[in-house]
Design a protein around this ligand. Structure first.
Ligand SMILES: [Zn+2]
Length: 321
């Protein structure tokens, strides 16, 4: 079986810039040559900002990453195309080609401006992870002791994101922030790269109540491949990824579950996994765990395709806003 893949999160953009690597073929976790081994691949590429580690403003930093992504996609346009509308999404799906969706990881890139949000939308951003681990103008991240929820600006930004067709992502967000998002949003939202807290106590992982909420809202949950989020002692193999998937399935998560690999955003991967080429091994594991063909297709592609099909703007309206 050569399935289509839909991965909700990677940090390859920053690694490409830091290590001066191209997207076509590199020694990072992910490149186009290896993605082509699958029968179609849609990757959400994050422009990640940690405001404590950069020397320029968050906006300057994110713009440089988005520029890198646009340049690489343009240079490889025979292979990969940018998905900005629901029509783009369907074209890539039907052609079983490679597609890129741009995202921001860290709402500090907005600098508290709704006009900046509109600018990022025009640059093709179609998912925003509201916070990284710290606080910003939208909300507090999970590592802020204060644990604040959405600010007034955060609520305005989330409303505008839903109107434009930018998916709201709660990975890294504070617990109060998560529940504020659940209250103020109308559409499905996602935790793009988060695991199960009942199986690994890391604060970045989701509680049962949060998973149940995503199930009820028909949102999305991308299982992260980072060993520290998969097992309490950080020792793990592909088997732990499957265990986190099974747990979500047992809570009724058949229609929300997917992968949010965090490729190139993590310092380690599970044993037996070096990068995107080893999703084949994950698929084999799913088959061995007794997942049906239909369930495997839902997890690898169909669930996240459904959410973006509901969220992305229509091409006929995209420039009218
Ligand atoms: Zn992250």
């Amino acid at each position: 079986m050569k399935p289509q893949i839909f991965d909700l999160h990677c940090d390859t953009a920053l690694e490409m810039v830091l290590k001066e690597q191209p997207l076509k073929q590199n020694n990072l976790h992910l490149d186009l040559t290896r993605m082509e081994e699958y029968d179609g691949y849609i990757q959400v590429f994050a422009a990640f900002v940690d405001k404590k580690s950069i020397r320029v403003t968050p906006m300057e930093h994110c713009l440089s990453l988005l520029k890198k992504l646009h340049t690489e996609i343009e240079e490889n346009k025979e292979t990969i195309s940018l998905i900005r509308t629901v029509q783009d999404l369907e074209r890539v799906k039907e052609g079983k080609g490679l597609g890129a969706i741009l995202s921001l990881e860290g709402g500090e890139a907005l600098h508290g401006s709704l006009n900046a949000l509109w600018m990022y939308y025009q640059l093709g951003v179609r998912l925003i992870t509201l916070t990284w681990n710290w606080s910003n103008e939208l909300a507090d991240g999970i590592m802020e002791e204060r644990g604040g929820g959405l600010t007034d600006f955060g609520k305005q930004a989330v409303a505008m994101m839903e109107e434009l067709g930018i998916l709201v992502d709660v990975s890294h967000l504070s617990i109060k922030g998560f529940w504020d998002v659940a209250e103020v949003t109308q559409k499905p939202f996602v935790a793009s790269h988060s695991c199960v807290q009942a199986l690994c106590k890391h604060p970045r992982n989701l509680s049962d109540a949060q998973i149940d909420c995503l199930v009820a809202r028909r949102g999305g949950m991308g299982i992260n491949f980072f060993p520290e989020f998969l097992s309490d002692d950080g020792e793990c193999s592909i088997r732990q990824i499957l265990s986190h998937m099974e747990y979500v399935l047992e809570r009724g998560g058949e229609n929300i579950l997917g992968i949010g690999s965090d490729f190139d955003g993590v310092s380690a991967l599970p044993q037996g996994m070096q990068g995107v080429e080893d999703i084949h091994a994950l698929i084999l594991g799913m088959q061995r765990f007794g997942f049906s063909q239909k369930l495997i297709e839902k997890i690898l592609f169909d669930n996240f395709h459904r959410i973006f099909a509901e969220s992305l703007p229509d091409a006929r309206k995209v420039y009218a806003k």
